[in-house]
Design a protein around this ligand. Structure first.
Ligand code: SF4
Length: 750
């Protein structure tokens, strides 16, 4: 089928390719609603949602519209199964509510009133605004905001190319995982995960910490069940009763933010009972004596007092973990507290004390570095982000976990932001504070697929592409396969691939030579994958391509060597010690425990007003704030619900199904449905993350600005001239949040 460019490409300056080149089959019959239709083509691609699994997809296209999505049965890990999120992309890409054209604000910010303009006018607007801001405040007054809305990395490297050429402020860090990575990196060096077949077939005990795979990692279940059918025991550490916790032999439910204390208590008991692996400790670790001293106060009684886990359970779990062939897999929940880095170090130390690292049956794992390109080796982000021959200015950096603080305090100020693949307003903590930061901008451009919280506050909204309409390079932070995303269909309406928006903006800002019109997404992907890889295999649309053992070993740390300064596992981290001399923060070299910044023990006066710790699980049917607006998802998920323990509910006269108000000094949520539930323990409430502010259920109206990670970038006002994501990394301390809950009826009667 030849393409009719005028019909399918309403944006004159953008490229238009014949996408039939990516078809793996053509004229394929598909049954939809009981009728057979013939899809023009089937294309293989991958799911780039922020999720461990990075599933292989087969997408059916007819008349340049997506009509069906199914799992790729040839994907070695995900094997043809998908979650509802991936399948709901049929409704998402075809939604009549998509942003169809560039839209310029005509009302006040926040009113959500816009008029349609052309892409030419939109480009002129951005170029003129950026030039004015740079003339007035300098190039560092411009910044992008973006995160994992589409977690592929190619377009991000291209946008970085533009910001580097322009001399803009750089956005660095993460607000979800880097505190754990910094703690883990200081302990084991490189972060790698084990090929799951190995632990599934050999581990006797599997310990999952802060991981809710029902929502974020469903393809781990076949491996877990395989292990359990063999007789392996499962220990789950999570304050909430999750799907996987309900399958556990031991479910440890720490008071939120005390997982590190739990690990120290387990380590002490293991050492006191002579169950530690002395040979492993002697040959492969440093700092054991310091650790032994550190854990001395953590008796089972004291550990119970701090964590609220019954001491018998702590002992049972410690015995089981230490005396069997054990594998530990850590999620992200445990490190979303101000002490997140030390929690991660304590967990890694528990594995090292028992010698359960790099074994034929299991290891300690947190994330696979390949999921975070640029960390090392495999993906060469600089090949794209730093164009050869260009003069690149060293500019300041803003940490994404403290972005609103930086926006409110930067000097020279941040005046222009282009936001894409991220919800600045809905995903950052403390919504009112973020809005104050947004209000002082001179230019807020949002590239989006739907009218979200961010677009309501934008000056210009650009129609962004769905991931199925664009190229991408995607790696998993769990499995070892690298995937190339190809556009399966032409962009709908006037949507433009993110890559091409930044290229065209770059050309119009005077950097034509760095954004040649002949280049397509695959060319950038080849630049990223670099010289050390079989480029054709890695970038093949028929992928996925297994990444070489060099970058992603099947059994990480197998030789007992770690790329830490000592070459050993570091209970005592020399990196922490050194960086602590340079930067503010908790760089204590041993994995000591400190209370989360906002908690019943750290802030008892605040807790007297707001006695409940609120935590948020990722929902199974959404990826952060995506999908919330889709009818399929709303039908299943229903309105926002807060889980509250029966004791706490009774004390407040709240019954299941009542409407409640949740509040603290930062804000309030009204008319949230109470789910009186055993999924949380007394003193804890749970409200799913990612709901939209304007639809009434965003937990970030309440969440604290505090951050996890060793480096206190709040003290630096979020602005840095030097930053090492591996060692200084941050996470927003979303769960360091205390609230009160009351029945709505009582509010209205006052
Ligand atoms: S969201 Fe995760 S589990 Fe669902 S299809 Fe995408 S990668 Fe797979």
């Amino acid at each position: 089928m030849s393409i009719d460019e005028a019909k399918i490409n309403p944006v004159p300056w953008r490229k238009c390719e014949d996408l039939n080149r990516y078809a793996i089959a053509t004229n394929v019959p598909v049954t939809l609603d009981g009728k057979t239709v013939i899809a023009d083509r089937v294309v293989k691609t991958a799911c780039p949602h922020n999720c461990y699994d990075t599933c292989g997809l087969l997408v059916y296209v007819k008349d340049e519209k997506v009509i069906k999505i199914e799992g790729d049965p040839d994907h070695p890990i995900t094997q043809g199964t998908l979650c509802l999120k991936a399948m709901a992309n049929v409704q998402k890409i075809n939604s009549p509510d998509r942003v169809k054209y560039p839209m310029l604000r005509v009302g006040e910010r926040g009113e959500g009133k816009f008029k349609r303009i052309s892409w030419e006018e939109a480009m002129d607007y951005m170029v003129s605004k950026i030039r004015t801001i740079i003339d007035t405040y300098g190039s560092e007054a411009i910044m992008e905001y973006g995160y994992s809305g589409n977690r592929e990395y190619m377009a991000k490297a291209v946008s970085a190319r533009l910001w580097n050429l322009l001399g803009a402020t750089k956005l660095v860090g993460s607000f979800c995982v880097l505190s754990g990575i910094s703690g883990s990196q200081c302990s084991v060096g490189s972060q790698n995960t084990m090929v799951p077949d190995i632990w599934a077939d050999n581990a006797e005990v599997i310990m999952m910490v802060g991981l809710n795979p029902t929502a974020t990692h469903p393809h781990v279940f076949p491996y877990l069940y395989r292990a359990m059918e063999r007789g392996a025991k499962l220990i789950v550490v999570d304050p909430c009763v999750t799907g996987v916790a309900s399958k556990a032999h031991i479910h440890l439910r720490p008071r939120p933010g005390t997982d590190g204390a739990m690990a120290l208590g387990m380590i002490r008991w293991i050492i006191k009972n002579d169950l530690h692996d002395k040979e492993y400790i002697r040959n492969h670790t440093v700092g054991f004596e310091g650790l032994k001293e550190l854990v001395e106060p953590w008796t089972p009684e004291y550990t119970e007092e701090i964590t609220t886990i019954p001491k018998e359970q702590i002992i049972e779990a410690a015995r089981l973990y230490a005396t069997h062939k054990s594998h530990m897999s850590c999620g992200c929940g445990q490190q979303r507290y101000s002490n997140g880095h030390q929690v991660q170090r304590a967990l890694a130390s528990l594995a090292a004390v028992c010698g359960h690292i790099g074994k034929e049956y299991g290891t300690y794992e947190f994330v696979n570095n390949l999921g975070f390109p640029g960390f090392e080796g495999f993906m060469q982000t600089a090949n794209v982000a730093v164009p050869k021959g260009a003069r690149i200015k060293k500019t300041r950096m803003v940490n994404i976990s403290t972005v609103a603080t930086a926006m409110l305090n930067a000097d020279p100020p941040i005046k222009g932001i282009i936001s894409w693949r991220g919800g600045l307003i809905s995903q950052q903590p403390y919504v009112d504070y973020t809005l104050e930061a947004v209000k002082q901008l001179d230019m807020f451009v949002v590239i989006e697929q739907f009218m979200t919280d961010d677009t309501d506050w934008a000056d210009l909204v650009l129609p962004g592409c769905h991931f199925l309409e664009q190229y991408g390079l995607h790696t998993s932070y769990w499995h070892h396969y690298n995937q190339t995303l190809v556009p399966v269909c032409q962009p709908y309406y006037e949507a433009v691939p993110d890559l091409e928006i930044f290229e065209e903006l770059g050309r119009r800002l005077g950097f034509e030579e760095y954004f040649p019109r002949t280049r397509i997404g695959l060319d950038y992907i080849r630049m990223l994958v670099g010289m050390n890889t079989d480029v054709d295999a890695a970038t093949s649309p028929r992928g996925p391509a297994l990444v070489d053992e060099k970058w992603s070993p099947s059994i990480p740390y197998k030789d007992g060597k770690f790329n830490t300064p000592s070459g050993k596992f570091e209970f005592y981290s020399s990196v922490m010690e050194e960086r602590g001399k340079q930067f503010p923060g908790d760089y204590y070299p041993l994995p000591h425990f400190v209370e989360p910044e906002e908690s019943v023990r750290a802030t008892p006066e605040l807790a007297a007003k707001y006695p409940l710790c609120i935590v948020s699980q990722h929902p199974s049917y959404r990826c952060h704030s995506q999908f919330y607006n889709l009818p399929w998802i709303q039908e299943i998920e229903g309105p926002a619900k807060i889980h509250i323990n029966a004791k706490d509910a009774e004390a407040r006269g709240i019954k299941d199904g009542d409407k409640v108000r949740i509040f603290n000094d930062r804000g309030e949520l009204k008319n949230i449905l109470a789910a009186v539930s055993i999924i949380v323990k007394p003193g804890v409430v749970e409200l799913n993350s990612g709901m939209w502010v304007k639809l009434g259920g965003s937990v970030n109206v309440l969440t604290s600005l505090s951050q996890g990670g060793p480096r206190d970038t709040l003290k630096e006002k979020g602005i840095m001239t030097e930053y090492n994501a591996l060692y200084d990394g941050n996470t927003t301390g979303y769960f360091n949040t205390l609230v009160q809950v009351e029945k709505m009826q009582e509010v209205t009667e006052r």
